[in-house]
Design a protein around this ligand. Structure first.
Ligand code: FDA
Ligand code: NAD
Length: 432
């Protein structure tokens, strides 16, 4: 096994890696000092594109959405990394990490030693066989995590268009909502099935969910709530012909897309770094994103960092803004420790489905207060906790309006009565 040394190694060539590289470059990293190791066959790209556009008819293709275009930056194609003297190994899996010995070994038989390591291995989709679902590996059942999954799903869509056109999307969270919207222009019959009593139940209040549920139904998507997909029926040739529900029913399908959650990729670090066994899981870091080994930083989906704005408990954020900001923060800290203070992250979630676009800032804790006019498609919600407004959601906000709700979640002003807040609506944020 040959061995090479780098000052900095980024392990995981996903969303965070591109933003880390950009920060290393702006911090003056020298040619030959930075190595990125990534399993995927392409350099870092904007992962959100996969569930919003990649599988639309005539959807976007790489290199169109390489990082950092989503964050308003330069498009970093492979030539960009070469030009900057960054070694970017694509199609390369790290098979072991020796934290004490400060090295990473890969499936290509190479060993790379480092001074400092950034762990950015992201998440893996939770597959339905984990829950004991029958026939969960039949052809025609798809997940969506990376470009390779997106390419397979595009093939599945082409086949379904020439077959019964029956599609079932499993899961009422982010993937479920975004993928059913993305697939609609293909003219498929889509059923969305999920166990909760409403869409996106971990964020949406019943008022908010009611709006999107009607919107989806008006677009022709059938919603089945309160149901778990417990298995799949085999068409006889190893491909799926129906989704079986826990309650006993079946839904015909020759294409199934599952979005049943994700789990952080931490296996390489078991017994070597402090991991959180219980929720939120992940690799524990301090407020500088340093793990239990000070030369190892964790960023993006796998980092369980202190939520300094909300009492300091460990938080994991499986969202792109955190991947971008934490990667840049850690890169900067790795080069110049202590320069950035604490990683003070304000939780930010967003989604776009059909022509709808919502944003949420802060925490959805306490009592929700709905405002606006759902029938006009312009509405939102605040959350009041301990007398303060701690979170804000807005559909169809302008740039200024979204900034205003962001400010509210940052400042956490005292809340007026629920009635007054609801009446003031967006004015509360814009005038605060
Ligand atoms: P990410 O998963 O991006 O990258 C990890 C990389 O490490 C992968 O390329 C993986 O192959 C690689 N890897 C893992 N183990 C390895 C090993 N042993 N060796 C080498 N490489 C290894 N968020 C949001 O806020 N808004 C949105 O609209 C969306 N949309 C969205 C769509 C889809 C389809 C997904 C799956 C996710 C989103 N997200 C999102 C979530 C967001 O994309 C996610 O939080 C970031 O991608 C996390 O970035 P990371 O770099 O941490 O992991
Ligand atoms: P999620 O946690 O948002 O939703 C999972 C859904 O699957 C839940 O409704 C859950 O109850 C349901 N489910 C689980 N088992 C089921 C079963 N057997 N039958 C029916 N439903 C079942 O997770 P996701 O949508 O899979 O997203 C995966 C990852 O991608 C997450 O990290 C998410 O943050 C990220 N993502 C984020 C965005 C965004 O922020 N806009 C977009 C896409 C993906």
């Amino acid at each position: 096994m040959s061995e090479q040394h780098y000052k900095y190694v980024v392990l995981g060539g996903g969303q965070a890696a591109g933003y880390a590289a950009r920060e290393f470059v702006s911090g003056g990293v020298k040619p030959g000092e930075l190595l990125i190791i990534g399993k995927e066959n392409v350099v870092s790209y904007e992962r959100p594109t996969l569930s919003k556009a990649y599988c639309k008819p005539e959807g976007p293709k790489l290199p169109g959405f390489h990082a950092c275009v989503g964050g308003g930056g330069e498009k970093q194609e492979p030539a960009w990394y070469k030009e900057k003297g960054i070694e970017y190994l694509t199609g390369t899996t790290a098979t072991s990490v020796d934290i004490k010995g400060k090295s990473v070994s890969t499936d290509k038989g190479q060993k790379y030693s480092y001074d400092k390591l950034m762990v950015a291995t992201g998440s893996t989709n939770i597959t339905l066989d984990t829950f004991g679902a029958k026939n969960a590996k039949l052809n025609g059942i798809f997940y969506l995590r990376d470009i390779a999954d997106g390419d397979k799903l595009n093939e599945g869509i082409a086949k379904a268009k020439n077959a019964s056109k029956e599609v079932v999307v499993v899961g009422g969270g982010y993937i479920g909502m975004e993928v059913s919207s993305m697939l609609t222009p293909h003219g498929l019959n889509i059923t969305l099935v999920f166990p909760e009593d409403r869409l996106m139940s971990r964020l949406f209040t019943p008022d908010i969910a009611a709006y999107y549920e009607k919107y989806y139904q008006d677009k022709g998507i059938k919603l089945i709530k309160g149901e778990l997909a417990s298995g799949f029926a085999d068409a006889g040739d190893g491909s799926v012909k129906a989704v079986e529900l826990k309650s006993g029913g079946t839904i015909p399908a020759d294409l199934v897309v599952v979005g049943a959650g994700a789990k952080p990729n931490v296996d390489l670090f078991e017994g070597q770094l402090d991991l959180l066994e219980d929720k939120p899981g992940g690799i524990k870091t301090n407020a500088q994103l340093q793990t239990s080994n000070p030369d190892v930083y964790a960023v993006g989906d796998i980092a369980a960092f202190p939520q300094t704005l909300y009492g300091g408990g460990p938080s994991r954020q499986e969202h792109v803004q955190h991947a971008r900001l934490s990667a840049a923060f850690a890169a900067s800290e790795m080069m110049a420790p202590g320069k950035r203070g604490d990683y003070n992250y304000l939780p930010f979630f967003y989604s776009r489905e059909f022509d709808r676009a919502w944003q949420f800032y802060g925490i959805n804790q306490g009592e929700p207060v709905f405002f606006g006019d759902a029938s006009a498609g312009k509405f939102g919600s605040y959350w009041i906790d301990d007398g303060k407004v701690v979170g804000a959601f807005l559909e169809s906000g302008s740039g200024d309006e979204n900034n205003a709700i962001k400010q509210v979640a940052t400042v956490r002003p005292s809340a007026p009565s629920k009635d007054e807040l609801s009446k003031a609506g967006l004015d509360f944020a814009t005038k605060a």
